[in-house]
Design a protein around this ligand. Structure first.
Ligand code: ZN
Length: 106
């Protein structure tokens, strides 16, 4: 029998798609995440941000009101439905805040 590198047959603790980065450790992924997303959009089908401005827009994204990177949790109270445009705008703002955090001296 040729020797094989150790660990080749060792069962990985998690599958690659189940591994989570530190920044998104709390995000619910996979089939369960998809079910949660679909259920949320069914319950809140309109973009929350657009509604604030008197617009009625179909939501396509389940967003975290307080982003996970900023300490938000992947829980129902922190989820909101957004359209693509509002999600993109919010993501850009969060990225800008993230850059400012990174630039701030420790
Ligand atoms: Zn919107």
């Amino acid at each position: 029998m040729p020797s094989r590198p150790p660990g080749l047959y060792a069962k990985p603790k998690s599958k690659p798609w189940e591994r989570q980065s530190a920044a998104s450790a709390q995000r619910i992924r996979g089939r369960r995440g998809q079910q949660i997303r679909a259920a949320h959009l069914a319950g809140e089908p309109l973009c929350r941000e657009c509604l604030k401005h008197g617009r009625v827009t179909e939501a396509v994204i389940v967003d975290h009101a307080l982003s996970l990177a900023e300490g938000g949790e992947d829980v129902p109270d922190n989820r909101q439905s957004l359209c693509k445009a509002c999600s993109d705008a919010k993501t850009a703002q969060e990225a800008a805040r993230g850059r400012r955090r990174a630039q701030r001296p420790a």
